[in-house]
Design a protein around this ligand. Sequence first.
Ligand SMILES: [Zn+2]
Length: 146
Amino acid sequence: MPVDFSSRYMWATYPDLWAKIDFNNYICLGLFIQFLMIVIIRHFFYRNYVGLSLWPFIILKNDQLKQDAVLINHERIHLKQQQELLIIPFYFFYISEWLLRSVLYFDSYKAYQNISFEREAYQNEINMEYLSKRKRYSFIKYLWGQ
Ligand SMILES: [Zn+2]
């Protein structure tokens, strides 16, 4: 009997297809959130926007910024955070925290600066040893305070 690929029967008999589809949806959601991030950052943080980390890439506004060790360190801290949160949840938490703080401070730029991920990155970007000594999920410590 030939397999009817349009029937639900197929989904039940090929569970690995589910995995494939879920994975693709995850990627699509990820790309969508990355797109949102770029739009948000371009619109609200344009004055300071020179670099952006979208795991596994660091996107720089121009080529010369590659020489900026502090900026690269800052972005690498974000890559580490993204990796720890399995990429997509990172963007979810990042955007949620930013929205929440925007309401709290009534200032979108101040809100951005105080996102726990940004606090960790800004406070440690000049320390080039930081990433090699950092404990996992260190950004949690930066959720409160200041
Ligand atoms: Zn940052």
